[in-house]
Design a protein around this ligand. Structure first.
Ligand code: NAD
Length: 617
């Protein structure tokens, strides 16, 4: 394990870590400064090439071994998270342990496919015969900066694809919940990750800022305000950033929804982790005919929630407020709503009689968009429910605000639900579900508007940790001079102009026909003897003809010669095309030869793209 080159100064300015459910200090972690961060990144930079060199299989071995470690140490992982978040173990197991286990396996197995070389096909005749490839290479050292609400998912979780891609990672977890990240470092070290490849830099905002200065890419999860600072700082060194920021997820309940399911979901996905979820249901819009019934169901369910310090499995539903200032923010949102005319249906204040920090699960009615609780991120166990006239009003209100992280639409008519979902300005929108999309690691997740930049999961969830390089490999037997190379000549320029005109206006061949023609040319031309008088010293005749633009030449020659009527072109296009190609060299096409003789005085030159300018056709 590496928790960084910890100096005495770092320990002296150590940060106490509190259990928010009890108020006890459970650990102290060092506050690392800029010099220590620089030393860690230097170590990471030295370790990274060997980590890259062991390849996907070698890295997968470490990640899958970590998965086995996590299963064997599940209780320790859950206990650590519970201790620094004050959240029930049941929820921690569903939301974080399960995610960690699946992410370790997913990225270990998906990385080779998502980062495999991609062969590119180009429509341009100019690059015929070239091999076009996109390849992915690791960036080097990735800095991951995480928030306090999900210490495993949103801190270590984002390191897994970065590591699988061959990068070294320095993780700066939130100073509020750093212990899980330190445990993950211990896990990887026990599972054989080379020294320096994964390190945890504990500290606060300044430690995070110092990390931004040193690394090759920043993966940041946190608030919009800090995200902007991170992006501005990264701009100083032109370091790429991926930002997963806050949200204000709307839930739209249409009149025909299954109200029992919608109400259960509103309460679960609005109150889990005490509402401290970036993709929490933060506000609800209910179509008028369903409003009273929905509000009643939600209120009953919220009233029956059990709140308190985590206990035996099944004993507590809603846990603590992790971040001390958060409790004042939640209270301020409720107070502001009430001052502007909202009604507290249940809850509404910090919970009394419990150790630690808790806020009562709260339902607000008679809310509108003049209130902070409908526009700003509350990040607490509050559910403001607003009546709307129709889906259009719901969509308009859902889109009113700076955020665009996630949303959900609830209706029995999934087709209609999908149509509404497509109108919501959010990076993810679920129909008859919420939050669960996070478990689908194949499905990209990222915010629109102020909710972020880039995404996690899916192909981009790992490609963002890679440099992309495009390769164009031209065969060694390519002609010594290409059509477009110096010196320019008037006939060639004229010819190219005619070629463009001809191709742009042509509907002679469909793409499928062109493809067939390419294959035929590839097959036929190399099998022919070189034309009389040509020794074929450069191997031209033996080359794959379609690589050299012959299909385009055929099409153009057909177009320009007028040798075939449109009807005949379509019915016997293959024969015509092949003859047209071969005729300049073999004289195989009698029809063409006759016409050529007739029109020799006025014929426009047939473009032969297979030849370099100046060579004799
Ligand atoms: P935050 O922005 O206060 O802090 C996030 C991290 O940034 C912490 O590690 C902090 O130490 C560090 N930091 C602070 N100042 C910094 C600076 N100047 N330079 C570099 N790093 C700095 O966020 P938070 O309060 O820890 O987390 C809650 C927020 O995170 C909420 O807005 C929530 O919606 C969001 N969040 C988003 C997602 C997502 O996937 N979109 C997931 C979880 C949380």
């Amino acid at each position: 394990m590496s928790a960084g080159p910890v100096t005495e100064a770092a320990i002296k300015t150590g940060i106490p870590v509190e259990n928010p459910a009890t108020g006890e200090t459970i650990a102290t972690v060092p506050e690392l400064g800029a010099d220590e961060i620089r030393a860690m990144v230097t170590q990471a930079r030295e370790a990274q090439p060997a980590w890259d060199a062991i390849g996907f299989a070698g890295r997968a071995e470490v990640l899958l071994s970590a998965r086995r470690w996590m299963v064997a140490n599940a209780e320790r992982v859950v206990t650590t998270i519970v201790a620094e978040t004050g959240r029930p173990a049941d929820e921690t197991q569903f939301a974080e342990l399960a995610y960690g286990l699946s992410a370790l396996e997913f990225w270990a197995k998906a990385a080779p496919a998502y980062l495999a070389d991609e062969e590119i096909q180009s429509a341009s005749p100019f690059v015929r015969g070239r091999k076009l490839v996109v390849r992915y290479a690791p960036l080097g050292v990735v800095g991951v900066i995480g928030p306090w609400n999900y210490p495993l998912n949103n801190s270590f979780g984002d390191c897994i694809p970065a590591l699988a891609a061959g990068n070294a990672v320095v993780l700066k977890p939130s100073e509020i919940t750093p212990l899980t990240s330190l445990l993950m470092a211990e896990m990887l070290a026990e599972c054989g990750i080379p020294e320096g490849v994964f390190q945890v830099a504990t500290g606060g905002g300044e430690t995070g800022a110092a990390l931004v200065d040193e690394v090759d890419m920043v993966m940041f999860t946190g608030s919009v305000a800090t995200g902007k600072k991170v992006m501005a700082r990264a701009a100083e060194t032109l370091t790429p950033v991926s930002l997963e920021l806050g949200g204000k997820d709307p839930m739209i309940v249409l009149a025909d929804a299954d109200l029992e399911r919608a109400a259960n979901a509103a309460v679960s996905y609005g109150m889990n982790n005490s509402g401290q979820v970036c993709i929490s249901v933060e506000r609800v819009y209910v179509e008028e005919p369903a409003y009273d019934d929905f509000l009643e169901r939600v209120t009953q369910k919220v009233r029956s929630l059990r709140q308190g310090p985590p206990g035996e499995p099944g004993s507590v539903d809603v846990g603590a407020i992790i971040f001390p200032p958060q409790i004042e923010l939640i209270e301020a949102h409720v107070r502001d709503a009430v001052e502007r005319g909202a009604r507290i249906v249940t809850g509404g204040k910090p919970t009394e009689g419990l150790p630690g920090r808790f806020f009562e699960p709260t339902v607000l009615a008679d809310v509108d968009h003049s209130m902070r609780c409908m526009i700003e991120e509350t990040f607490g166990p509050t559910l403001p429910v607003m009546k709307v006239g129709d889906p259009d009003e719901a969509v308009r209100l859902a889109n009113d605000g700076p955020y665009g992280l996630q949303a959900s639409v609830w209706t029995r008519d999934t087709e209609r639900g999908e149509a509404v979902a497509r109108r919501v300005e959010a990076g993810v929108c679920c129909v008859n579900d919420a939050q669960l999309n996070y478990a689908a690691l194949e499905l990209p997740m990222g915010g629109w508007k102020a909710s972020g930049l880039g995404s996690r999961h899916g192909p981009d969830g790992i490609r963002k940790y890679a440099k992309r390089q495009s390769l164009m490999i031209t065969p060694g037997y390519a002609p010594p001079r290409e059509l477009h190379m110096f010196p320019y000549s008037a006939p060639v320029t004229e010819q190219v102009a005619q070629t463009f005109n001809a191709l742009v206006t042509s509907d002679l061949f469909t793409d499928a026909q062109r493809q067939t023609l390419s294959v035929l040319c590839d097959t036929l031309i190399p099998s022919l003897p070189p034309p009389e008088g040509e020794a074929d010293p450069t191997g031209f005749w033996a080359r794959a003809a379609s690589h050299l633009g012959v299909p385009e030449a055929i099409e153009i020659s057909l177009l320009q010669s007028g040798a075939c009527s449109p009807a005949r072109r379509r019915s016997s296009w293959t024969a015509c095309a092949i003859c047209s190609t071969l005729w300049p060299r073999t004289g195989w096409c009698p029809r063409r030869r006759r016409r050529r003789a007739r029109r020799s005085s006025k014929a426009s030159p047939i473009p032969d793209l297979t030849r370099s300018p100046g060579s004799t056709p």
